[in-house]
Design a protein around this ligand. Structure first.
Ligand code: BG6
Length: 490
């Protein structure tokens, strides 16, 4: 294996993320031989669990997620539990001792990964305690993996960042954006930079607009408390949506190194057109779902969900138009939309090419269909190219066809899930698919301009879209103003 040995300490070990994603991902890496015998996991949690109880939890989590159990005992034997209520340094001393024992026992060479999979209010103090209690004082590497949300706006993100930076340097910090671990998100770069037929056209001379949709069928579920303070703008746009835009719009990096790729992405974010408060409405629209039908079931509206205010002004849907004011993209709108309780669970990117200069085939009453390149991120993974060909028969008439490439992603064991790839990257010290502070900072600065306006003004139309629909009418108008419409995602 090319993966260095390491001790992985997971804060929030009894929580939802660890159970759904982290343990199954580690198990995959173990089964594939990507992590060897030289690893150990310390689960940290508030509950008073024994190692056996923790191991049983991990076993169940793997079983529920994957159904598979092969060599599960070998796997769970690497898991240890440490109770830590985070309020006193004694529990850190016990944790330090356990870490040293495991370091010795598994020959981990002092390599340590600290994974914060828990409520963000503790991010700062945990990192501080790790340092002052000496847990980061080893001869190997120390890395910090940190889940979202990374702050609530720019000032809080800055505060959090400087707190963390007292204990970890920027190159030791791995900020998770799980979209960057998705196979087809990683493919954006390859499609662009490994194909002679796309990159020469990838600019404002040939592309008319780009549409990025990430829709969900689920509602807010049990996350009302978090979501009321977040909304779709902070939950999805600040991170996942802007990251996809950056990958679509960036210049070819000089090399495929972490620094080069990140600096190109940063340049895109720097080029995002800022707007004044009274211009926000021309670029961004918000929505909130009301009752409706989802997967054949009648469902309640957002305001009826648990821990949600009866008069909530929180948006569960955002559509926006981004302008990237640089030479390549001047004049090309990037439309984004994301929301909960929409018609389908789907993430797709549509690149719409400009119409050709003249239509020789205007023999029907229909104009030629534009060429589209569709990148399917999920649930299907693949790309589709929409072209025009001759309709069979005597007349010269055209008909649109689709060239399809489907990435065979159905085999759960072979195509790694986002978290599996990201964990492995972190163990190998590759931070390319994690967000640099500069990206986080610029994304917040952009998003804050919108939330400032939205927080000040109640949307009296809320709820303004039905569960199971594709969002409010205003999202369609946003494109119609420019002469476009959302391409259907189905
Ligand atoms: C998370 C958001 O970051 O992404 C969730 O907090 C959202 O609200 C999720 O449901 C969507 O991720 P995916 O991978 O299912 O598209």
């Amino acid at each position: 294996t090319d993966t260095p040995s390491s001790l992985i300490t997971i804060f929030g070990a009894t929580g939802d993320l660890a159970k759904r994603k982290l343990y199954p991902s580690l198990y995959h890496l173990f089964r594939k031989g990507k992590i060897s015998e030289q690893f150990a996991v310390i689960g940290v949690g508030r509950r008073d669990w024994s190692n056996e109880e923790f191991q049983e939890h991990v076993r169940t989590s793997v079983h529920n997620a994957l159904g598979s159990q092969e060599n599960i005992e070998g796997f769970v034997s690497h898991f240890y539990y440490q109770q830590n209520d985070l309020s006193n340094s004694d529990s850190y001393q016990a944790q330090k001792q356990l870490s040293e024992e495991l370091d010795e026992h598994y020959q981990l060479e002092g390599n340590r990964i600290f994974y914060l999979a828990m409520a963000p209010e503790f991010f700062g103090t945990i990192t501080e305690d790790l340092k002052t209690q000496g847990l980061t004082d080893t001869k190997g590497f120390q890395r910090l993996v940190i889940e979202k949300p990374f702050g609530h706006d720019l000032p809080s993100a800055e505060q959090l960042n400087s707190h963390i930076r007292e204990s970890f340097s920027e190159d030791q910090i791995y900020r998770i954006d799980h979209y960057l671990g998705k196979e087809m998100v990683q493919n954006i770069e390859v499609i662009r930079f490994a194909n002679a037929m796309f990159e020469p056209l990838w600019n404002n001379r040939y592309i008319s607009n780009i549409q990025v949709t990430s829709s969900e069928e689920l509602g807010v579920e049990e996350r009302g408390r978090y979501y009321e303070k977040s909304g779709a703008l902070r939950d999805m746009v600040q991170n996942h949506m802007l990251q996809m835009v950056a990958l679509l719009a960036m210049e070819p990096p000089i090399k495929l190194t972490t620094e080069e790729i990140r600096s190109e992405k940063v340049r895109v974010l720097r080029a995002l057109r800022p707007f004044k408060q009274d211009e926000v409405k021309d670029y961004f629209v918000r929505g909130q779902y009301g009752p409706g039908t989802s997967k054949g079931q009648t469902v309640v509206g957002y305001r009826e969900a648990e821990n949600v205010d009866d008069y909530s002004n929180t948006e569960t849907f955002v559509a926006g138009k981004l302008m990237i004011d640089n030479f390549r993209w001047a004049g090309v709108p990037f439309y984004i939309r994301t929301g909960k309780r929409m018609a389908a669970k789907s993430t797709k990117i549509v690149i719409q090419f400009k119409d050709i200069p003249m239509n020789l085939y205007y023999n029907t009453d229909k104009p030629l269909a534009p060429n589209l390149l569709v990148i399917h991120i999920q649930p299907e993974e693949g790309i589709t190219l929409h072209l025009n060909v001759k309709k069979s028969g005597q007349n010269i008439e055209t008909t649109p066809v689709k060239l399809n490439f489907a990435n065979n992603s159905v085999d759960g064991m072979n195509t790694p899930e986002a978290y599996e790839k990201l964990l492995h990257d972190c163990m190998r010290g590759d931070a390319t698919n994690f967000t640099h502070w500069d990206e986080v900072k610029l994304s917040w600065a952009f998003v804050d301009k919108i939330s400032e306006v939205w927080e000040k003004t109640r949307d009296e139309q809320f709820p303004n879209y039905e569960s199971g629909s594709m969002g409010p009418k205003a999202a369609d108008n946003l494109l119609a103003k420019d002469g476009y419409y959302w391409w259907p995602i189905a």
